[in-house]
Design a protein around this ligand. Sequence first.
Ligand code: AMP
Ligand code: MG
Length: 251
Amino acid sequence: MSQIMIRSPKNVLQRCYFPLTQIRTKKQTAGVDSLRERNKQRYWRFPKTNTDTRQVFDYFLVLDFEATCLENEKIGVQEIIEFPCIKVNAITLEPEAVFHQYVMPTVNPQLSDFCTKLTGITQEMVEGQCNFKETLKHFSKWIQEQGCATNRSAFVTSGDWDLKILLPKQCHHEGVDMPNYFASWINIKQAFADATGQYPRGIIDMMTRLNLKHCGRLHSGLDDCRNLTKILQKLAFEGFVFHKTGFLWKS
Ligand code: AMP
Ligand code: MG
């Protein structure tokens, strides 16, 4: 492994370790024409000198739902039980605000032992909390107050499941309109793959490869958001420019 010094936008030198084989010379990269390949090479060719790469958004909204679940069994209607979102300033890359609510499920109000073990969310944590409809209203109010219900902000999720499957299905089941601002997002796993050439298995995999320390508990929605924020920051510090990767085509 080689040690590479990377200069972050705050002019703080950070140590990062990458396999030497990933670093390519100009000669080796000549003639490669796909965009993904070029992105991949740009990311691996450290040290980087241009640190003022601008993002195309003003804010990132890092989101990671937790939902009711059973072990090795599909659940009829999966319901959101934790709704966290971290607003990250796309210029400073610092978190500026947090939305966080546990949500009382109504179709399956009793959490399975497996679900509690997986997510750390106990029955007491959801009991007496707002239901999905009320939580969605609170979130809509928050996102308006934060000035983030515009196309200058982009949701960031790990995979497509949160906004492509879970939320639309629950909105449909509850008979509520899904707000338009949820109709597109950045799948950070795809962004990671575009940046490095390797599609990651999940949060731990991305953090390991980026030499970041995982904090808190995996499958806790808020901790997952915090760790996703670290991955986002790291990729952005390296000069990766994020673009939306997922879209819902609403009729
Ligand atoms: P995650 O975003 O990976 O923390 O997971 C989101 C949700 O997916 C969890 O709250 C569960 O509902 C479901 N889930 C994740 N992993 C599993 C698993 N191994 N078995 C069943 N459901 C899971
Ligand atoms: Mg999670």
